[in-house]
Design a protein around this ligand. Structure first.
Ligand code: F6R
Length: 242
C-alpha cells in the first residue's frame, strides 16, 4: 500500500483529485467508482475546478457509486443520488446514462443488486475506485461482519454508522436503517484504489486498514490484499501509522 501523508484536508483532496484527473486524462473511457460522505467533498470540489480550468473531459467516462440508502428516492436531498448531483455531477460532463448509483427504491432489491454487479462487469470493471472509511473501518457500507460479502447486497446498518450519519439528517430516527452497497468483490477487482481519510476519529480505522489483522470485522483491512492501493491521509487520520 502506498501511503501519502497530506498536510491538511485540502492537500488530501487535491492529491486525490489529481489521481482522478490523471486517470481521466490517460484513459478518457475510464470507469470510476465513487464514494459519498464528508471525506471526498473536497476532492469533488477540486475536480470541478480542474475540469473547468483545464477542460479534462469526462464525457466518455462511466461512474458507479458505492452505495445508496434503501427507501430514499433519487431526488430526496439526503439520498446519495442527490449528494453526487449536488457536489459533483451537475458541474461535470459525464453523460447521464453513464452515471450509476444503486436504486434505493427498487421493489426487488436482490434483483437490483445482481443487475448492478452485471452492469459493472459489462462495463469492464472499475479502473479507479475512490473510498472513504467508516470509524468502524467499513468501506462502502460493508460493515464489520462474520464474513466478506462479494457482490452488491442489502445491508442492515450498524448503530455506530447510523449515529455517525445522523449529521446529514434532521434526527437520528430519520437515518434509513438499510442500504444497498457494492460488495468487497467489485471493490477488490478495481484496478486501482484510492482510500481517503481525514480527522482523528478515523485514526484507529486507518491503523486497522494498514497494520491490522485482515478480518471481515475490520472490512478495510482487506485492502492489504490489493496490489494497487494509495491511501491519502491527513496528519490526524494518519497519526497512528508507523
Ligand atoms: C459512502 C461510503 C462510506 C463512507 C464512510 C465515511 O459512499 O462509502 O463508506 O466513505 O462512511 O464517511 P465520511 O466520509 O462521511 O466520514
Amino acid at each position: 500500500m502506498r501511503i501519502l501523508f497530506a498536510d491538511s484536508y485540502e492537500d488530501m483532496s487535491l492529491e486525490a483529485a489529481k489521481l482522478v484527473a490523471a486517470e481521466a486524462w490517460h484513459n478518457p473511457q475510464s470507469i470510476f467508482g465513487f464514494a459519498t460522505g464528508d471525506t471526498p467533498i473536497g476532492m469533488y470540489q477540486c475536480l470541478v475546478e480542474i475540469h473547468q480550468h483545464f477542460g479534462i473531459d469526462f464525457s466518455q467516462a462511466t461512474s458507479f457509486n458505492l452505495d445508496e440508502y434503501v427507501g430514499l428516492a433519487p431526488d430526496n436531498p439526503q439520498s446519495y443520488h442527490a449528494f453526487m448531483q449536488n457536489h459533483f455531477f451537475q458541474y461535470m460532463n459525464f453523460r447521464r446514462e453513464c452515471i450509476h448509483v444503486p436504486n434505493g427504491l427498487a421493489e426487488n432489491i436482490p434483483e437490483e443488486c445482481a443487475q448492478y454487479d452485471k452492469t459493472i462487469r459489462e462495463a469492464g470493471g472499475i479502473d479507479l475506485q475512490i473510498l472513504g472509511i467508516g470509524r468502524n473501518a467499513h468501506i462502502g457500507f460493508n460493515e464489520p461482519a462474520d464474513g466478506f460479502t462479494r457482490g452488491t447486497h442489502e445491508v442492515i446498518l450498524k448503530s455506530s454508522t447510523i449515529q455517525a450519519n445522523a449529521r446529514f439528517f434532521s434526527s437520528v430516527e430519520d437515518v434509513p436503517r438499510r442500504a444497498i452497497s457494492m460488495g468487497i468483490g467489485a471493490i477488490m477487482q478495481a484496478k486501482r484504489i484510492v482510500l481517503l481519510a481525514s480527522g482523528s476519529e478515523k485514526a484507529e480505522a486507518v491503523y486497522k486498514a494498514v497494520h491490522g489483522l485482515v478480518s471481515s470485522q475490520a472490512p478495510a483491512s482487506v485492502l492489504q490484499f490489493h496490489p494497487a492501493v494509495t491511501l491519502i491521509v491527513d496528519k490526524a487520520a494518519g497519526a497512528k501509522l508507523q
